[in-house]
Design a protein around this ligand. Structure first.
Ligand SMILES: [Fe+2]
Length: 203
């Protein structure tokens, strides 16, 4: 199956993006430290998040194609919570975090945005992303409504603008393993949404 690259906008649209051809990647290994340097250069030179994501997505694909070791870098999900995070890179005062996240089917994430740009690549398993958009009413400023969904399979890459709202649900019987790259979180702008009470709480 063809891999897909997606961009999720703040109004819950999931837009198809250009997928670079793997044959065009240089054949030499693409090391994590070079990837981090390339992403940092992009952040220095490109101010707009959607332009940054357009530049970063192909690097994530190149890293995953080049780095077999990444496929096995994860922690088995905690049976209690249903998920686990292995931090691959998180340096104080450096605006990037790189994680491998594992989820057990049967669990479901809260509805949230990230308060920063993010790129998630599916390494194994199958994952449904549900998208939401804000739909405020006079007494309900934090009301949201569903805006569609997308099922991701291994090789798919999805990227998010800081205010894009989603929830994630592993499908099938295998854990979902994802490579997650995020910028610097703006904690005033990162919310968990409650669709019963129409509230948004910072987290
Ligand atoms: Fe998320």
């Amino acid at each position: 199956m063809e891999s897909s690259d997606w961009l999720v906008t703040e109004d819950g649209q999931c837009l198809a993006c250009n997928v670079p051809k793997e044959e065009e990647f240089p054949s030499r290994p693409y090391r994590l430290y070079r990837f981090l340097t390339d992403v940092e250069n992009i952040l220095w030179h490109i101010p707009e998040d959607s332009d940054r994501l357009e530049a970063i997505r192909p690097l994530v694909r190149r890293l995953l194609v080049s780095s077999d070791w990444l496929q096995g870098e994860y922690i088995n999900p905690d049976p209690e919570t249903g998920w686990s995070v292995l931090m691959l890179y998180d340096e104080p005062d450096f605006p990037l975090t790189v994680q491998m996240v594992a989820w057990l089917p049967g669990s479901k994430s809260p509805i949230h945005n990230h308060g920063t740009w993010g790129v998630v690549a599916l390494v194994s398993g199958e994952e449904k992303n549900n998208f939401w958009r804000r739909s405020p009413a006079p007494e309900l400023p934090d009301r949201i409504e569903p805006a569609g969904d997308r099922i991701l399979v291994p090789g798919d890459i999805i990227s998010f603008l800081p205010d894009a709202i989603h929830s994630v649900e592993p499908l099938g019987d295998e854990p979902t393993i994802t490579f997650n790259l995020y910028g610097e979180t703006n904690y005033d702008r990162r919310f968990e949404f409650d669709t019963t009470n129409n509230t948004a709480q910072v987290f």
